[in-house]
Each structure stands twice: as C-alpha cells, then as structure tokens.
Design a binder for this molecule. Sequence first.
Ligand code: 5RP
Length: 261
Amino acid sequence: MAELSPIDRAKYAAARRAVDFVEDGMRVGLGTGSTAGWMVRLLGETVRTEGLRIQGVPTSQRTAELAAQAGVPLTTLDAAKWLDLTIDGADEFDADLNLIKGGGGALLREKIVATASDRMVVIADLAKEVRHLGAFPLPVEVIPFGWQTTRALIEETLVSLDVLGREVMLRRNGDRPFLTDQGNMILDLHLNRIGNPRQLSFVLNQIPGVVENGLFIDICDTVIVGHGDGRVEVRDIATGRIEEERIDIVETENLFRDLGD
Ligand code: 5RP
C-alpha cells in the first residue's frame, strides 16, 4: 500500500468528516473528482458496515461507476426529484463560500444536483481557499454547434467585465476536444481575478451556446477544509461558525487498497 501524500490525507480527512452529515434514508448528491471520490468510497464502506440506507445521485459517469463499485445504491435525479444533501469537491472557494467548479468537466450536472439539494457541503484541502476567485481557469460548458462563435462572443463580453485576464482556451483530451458527459465542450477562461463573480456568472449564461458556467454563487452552505495532519475545519455560511476537529487517518482500511481515482 502506497503512503498517502499530505494532499490526499487532507482530502480524505475532509471526506470522512462530510460522511457524518449523511443520515439514514437521505437522498444524496455525489460529486465528482478526487476528493469526492474519497467520500464515495467512505459512503460505500458505511453502507456495507453500518447498513446505512441511502440513495445516491451521481454527478458524472465516472462517479456512477465508482459508486457502483463501492456499493452505494444509486438513483436518478428525476426519480429522487429533490435531494437532502450534496457533497462535492471544488477547485476554489472564497470567504462567502462561492466556488469555481468544473476542473473535472462535470460542472453542469454538479450545479443541477447541488441546486436541487437542501444543503451543499463542499470538501476541499486548504489550497482551494482564495481571497478572490479566478486564479483557477473558469470552466464554461458550450454546445459544439458554433463553438468558435460562442468563444468569440465570450471574449467580446469579457472586455467590459472586471477581470484581470481574458484568454479563452478550448479544453482538450489529447489531440481532440474534451467532451462532457452531455457531449458538450469546455472553454477554460483564464481570468486570474474575478472582480464580480455574480455578474460574470449571469452575463456568461446569457450568451447563446453557453450551457452553464463553473461559478457556484450562493449554492454552497458548508465547506469542510481538510489538513494533511487530520485536522478539519467545518465552516458554515448560515451560522458563520468555524468548528475544528481531528480525524484519525488509519491507512489500513480497505478503501486504501485502490487509489484509482
Ligand atoms: C469536477 C469538479 C471537482 O469537484 C473539482 O475539480 C475538484 O476536484 P478534486 O477534488 O480532484 O481536486 O468540480 O467537475
């Protein structure tokens, strides 16, 4: 068994704390990415060992496959209609718990699922915390039809907005465009600093051809920040409280055998 890196320990600690939010009978949105992957494995372990009864709604094909392997019972958002809780990772979060998501290309389903949840809990390591969103390139999902025109419209729109950079790059997968689970493309906006995330999100979504952008404004309720030594901070936007705890990271657990994600 390979030793976990400090970042993986931080992600694991955040994911383990997040699983405490899941109660028997809940319908739970399952995020995408390496941090969410830990949460899915831990949830599967709780289902197996403690008989937790839940229904999970995956935010990507990748997460659906991982959840099936981990033994998390799955349903669809259409069948569940509304969810009690979504747990997901993020690429950046600020002091208002606004987020950039979509580094893994799943932002559209992630936003639909999180918006359809009573509560969104984000799990992250400390490196994801920023003063201003935008150092991480903002993913924007666009339909393939006329995508170059859509890109030109985005570039034109950015000229009048409060951002520091304006480069728009097509995301690639080798020598082909990266395609989302919906068969759409991703444009990554290298903005460096976003002065007004709410305005940017609104304006981007008015452009024909844009399906959704990776800014999550007023969607996240709680961020759990994990540290490599097992400390976790639980920050809640409604109460403004920050609680600190420590998670025991026992690397002999079954779920450390397969670090595929
Ligand atoms: C996927 C996402 C992920 O949550 C985000 O990219 C964080 O990933 P990781 O936990 O691997 O750092 O938004 O679309």
